[in-house]
Design a protein around this ligand. Structure first.
Ligand SMILES: Cc1ncc(COP(=O)(O)O)c(C=O)c1O
Length: 377
């Protein structure tokens, strides 16, 4: 007899990750592929973080510090918020899940942008709550429509600023008035995984997560700090919510290597600034070269860019076999053959678009050359 697994859990689609370089080598025999599919830091880890991990490894037989004391103290200094309001997670993914567990259950609802980062669906549906998606408008999160979607069952609104996968961002004025007008028992969960790449006019959740408003702001060490493989996310939450998240998290959710790496990375301001500058230059390069190819892309406040695939690659040269695929999938397959891994956005409901992470200058050049070839140029 099948086990009585909760139906709403069975409905959660599995996560589709960016293709690892090793898989491309194994499946297609392509060596030297480059991955521009998961918005990672192309420069690798900060050397200081690498050193800190090597040092901490000597104590690999000891349990980690459950309170992540040193890292939390460094974040208190950095963020100017009390330690009791700061939570750490095994990636910001985990904090999103814990917040949903604290606030949602069957009969309640969360309002989220569509398209949006897939963890939102997993985290909300895991609790049995209703997942209410609100379409973007002109590639931007539609705050008036999201406010209209809030009803008496709503406990959480998730916003992603800058937004994955478009790279669009909310202004301070937009976000302030949205938060001001929401009912006080609705948490605004601001996922700011990419905020460190954004320009000064983009809204900052830290300004709103001041303990007086129902706002949680989340950040990650996976992007600008280059620690995606070590899994560290952090956030500032309203005190009551932070307290409950502290109690329900697993005691050792941050392993000791992750704690050491994050602390060191936080202190490496040179690495942070250089990454930021590299990404800004990479974006400018993409805009210029894509425009020269006659390819549409959306200006981005993050470390990736949304690129429209038009015409369908099946209409270029003798490629009838690709006609069954979406333009994004066809472009993805053809770019793979050139050793360039990007993210086709069918899963996000954008079958005409791919998302391309800014890489090192030579990687960006390789993508641009490969795309020209795919487009028959
Ligand atoms: C919008 C968004 N939020 C959160 C995350 C997850 O970050 P972390 O690696 O800290 O779990 C990502 C990672 O790709 C992301 O794109």
């Amino acid at each position: 007899m099948p086990l009585p697994i909760l139906e709403y859990l069975n409905e959660i689609p599995p996560y589709v990750p960016g293709k690892p370089i090793e898989e491309v080598a194994r499946e297609m025999g392509i060596t030297g592929a480059i991955k521009l599919a998961s918005n990672e830091n192309p420069r690798g880890m900060s050397p200081l973080a690498r050193q800190a991990v090597a040092e901490r490894l000597k104590n690999g037989h000891r349990y980690p510090d459950s309170a992540s004391f040193e890292l939390k103290e460094a974040l208190v200094r950095r963020l100017g918020r009390p330690a009791e309001s700061i939570v750490l997670g095994n990636g910001s993914d985990e904090i999103i899940v814990l917040i949903c567990l604290a606030l949602l259950q069957p009969g309640l609802s969360a309002v989220v942008p569509r398209p949006g980062f897939s963890t939102y669906r997993t985290a909300v549906r895991m609790t049995g709550a209703t997942f209410r998606e609100v379409d973007l408008s002109d590639f931007r999160q539609d705050l008036p429509a999201m406010a209209r979607a809030v009803d008496e069952t709503t406990r959480v609104v998730i916003l992603n600023n800058p937004h994955n996968p478009t790279g669009s961002a909310l202004t301070k004025a937009e976000l302030n008035s949205f938060v001001r007008d929401l009912p006080p028992d609705v948490l605004v969960l601001l996922d700011e995984a990419y905020i460190d790449f954004a320009g000064p006019e983009v809204a900052r959740g830290l300004d709103l997560a001041d303990g007086r408003r129902p706002v949680a702001a989340l950040w990650t060490f996976s992007k600008i700090y280059g620690l995606a493989g070590l899994r560290v996310g952090y956030g500032v939450l309203p005190l009551d919510l932070a307290g409950v998240v502290e109690r329900i998290r697993m005691p050792f959710n941050l392993n000791s290597l992750a704690q050491a790496a994050a602390l060191a990375a936080l202190g490496d301001t040179g690495f942070f600034e250089e990454t930021r500058a590299l990404v800004r230059r990479g974006l400018a390069y993409f805009y210029e070269k894509l425009e020269a190819q006659g390819v549409w892309c959306l200006p981005s406040e993050a470390n990736f860019v949304l690129v429209k695939i038009e015409p369908h690659p099946a209409r270029v040269g003798a490629r009838a076999a690709l006609a069954e695929m979406s333009p994004a999938q066809a472009a993805h397959q053809l770019l793979l053959r050139e050793g360039v891994i990007v993210r086709p956005l069918d899963n996000y409901g954008l079958p005409q678009y791919i998302r391309v992470t800014v890489g090192l200058p030579e990687e960006n050049q390789r993508f641009i050359a490969a795309l020209a070839k795919v487009r028959g140029q």
